[in-house]
Ligand binder design. Structure first.
Ligand SMILES: *Cc1c(COP(=O)(O)O)cnc(C)c1O
Length: 368
């Protein structure tokens, strides 16, 4: 038996871990690709596997060049630092990862103001609001320099036509455009578009390999030569210059080859789960167009916590909260999905009934 086949590809014992699509572990095929990767020192530009991944993704998306990062956060941060100077401002939709989940790194390390834009019904930022938010050239204001888009955003694919409209708005106002495409391939598959068409017209796009694509780490930022050369300098400053990082890039190359088309399976299972949960009492299931591998439930906070505990008893991991996000990925197959659905079917109606009793007794049902 080969070295790679002898190791379990799963690290945990969950029936299903629905907290995120980052929880997947490399399967034997990916481990084999890692094992046989050709390596060199990438700070010297000598890792052939890293270069191959950068070129492969940039070519596929229609950009001059790519740059490999350990994480999506560092790739987004580098993009912002490459587009903006101190005292500049980047706008991004209020629900975006850059605004909410990256520690305001661009402000902390780059002196860049981050301005949240109201969310449009299709999930992206509202184009009219962007127009209103661009500051006039006046020393009172930060210079509005960059529009950050995200696709998918909260698991929804933003249609190419809306994105083109946003890009046109940015251009009319002299803004550069960065696309956080952590799940760009999920967006492309859900919209029935080529990934290159989802990334068309932006200056930089960041694509993660560690989400649904199943690699242990790695993100590639694509852009023109000048931007990527500036990004290379920033990446080094941020401590992201890695050496034999081809061990990670090999997983990315493997993922591009083997794990892109199968994202549609995650989308299919998410819609099966969505439909099953919508039939149950006790939770409100988000039903909006262009959803991908996520299911969103709105629950009273207390129910959400109890539900998470009851699911954990059945080895199903979820993150509790008033908006519970369930994420499908390559380590949740049809058999696991069936177990998830039967667990929810058993637990949720019971909680809903208890909630009704509480309501009848005049206890608060508002989310807390
Ligand atoms: C996960 C994610 C990131 C950041 O990636 P990390 O590798 O976790 O730093 C950025 N943007 C979006 C939309 C993401 O989902």
């Amino acid at each position: 038996m080969s070295y790679s086949a002898s190791i379990s590809s799963r690290s945990n014992s969950f029936v299903a871990d629905l907290r995120s699509d980052t929880v997947t572990c490399p399967d034997p095929g990916m481990r084999g690709a890692i094992e046989s990767a050709r390596l060199g020192d990438d700070v010297y530009g000598e890792d052939p596997t890293v270069r191959a991944l950068e070129e492969r993704l940039a070519g596929r998306l229609g950009f001059d060049a790519g740059l490999f990062f350990p994480t999506g956060t560092q790739s987004n941060l580098t993009a912002l630092l490459s587009h903006c100077q101190r005292g500049d401002e980047a706008v991004a939709s209020a629900n975006s990862h850059i605004i909410n989940y990256e520690g305001a790194g661009a402000s902390v390390l780059g002196g860049i103001a981050l301005k949240p834009v109201p969310v449009a019904p299709d999930g992206g930022p509202c184009a009219d609001a962007i127009e209103d938010m661009v500051n006039p050239d006046d020393p009172h204001f930060p210079r509005t320099r960059l529009l950050c888009l995200e696709n998918t955003i909260e698991g929804r694919a933003v249609p190419v036509s809306s994105q083109q409209n946003l890009i046109a708005t940015a251009r009319m106002n002299g803004l550069a455009v960065h696309l956080d495409g952590a799940r760009l391939f999920n967006a492309a598959i859900a919209l029935g578009e080529e990934a290159a068409d989802v990334a068309r017209g932006v200056d930089t796009v960041s694509v993660c390999f560690s989400k649904g694509l199943g690699a242990p780490a790695g993100t590639v930022l694509c852009g023109n030569r000048q931007l990527i050369s500036s990004a290379r300098r920033w990446r080094k400053i941020l401590g992201g210059g890695m050496r034999q990082s081809g061990v990670l890039a090999a997983a990315g190359l493997y993922a591009l080859e083997h794990n892109v088309d199968r994202l549609s399976e995650d989308h299919r299972r998410a819609s099966v789960l969505r439909e099953a949960l919508a039939k149950l009492p006790g939770a409100e299931v988000a039903d909006v167009p262009n959803q991908t591998n996520m299911v969103w439930l709105t629950l009273p906070e207390r129910i959400s916590k109890d539900l998470a505990v009851a699911l954990a008893d059945r080895d199903i991991a979820v993150r509790s909260g008033p908006r519970m996000r369930l994420v499908l990925h390559r380590d949740v197959d049809d058999a696991a999905l069936e177990k998830v659905i039967s667990a929810f079917s058993e637990i949720l109606p019971r909680f809903a009934a208890e909630q009704k009793v509480a309501g009848a007794k005049g206890l608060s049902l508002v989310p807390e």
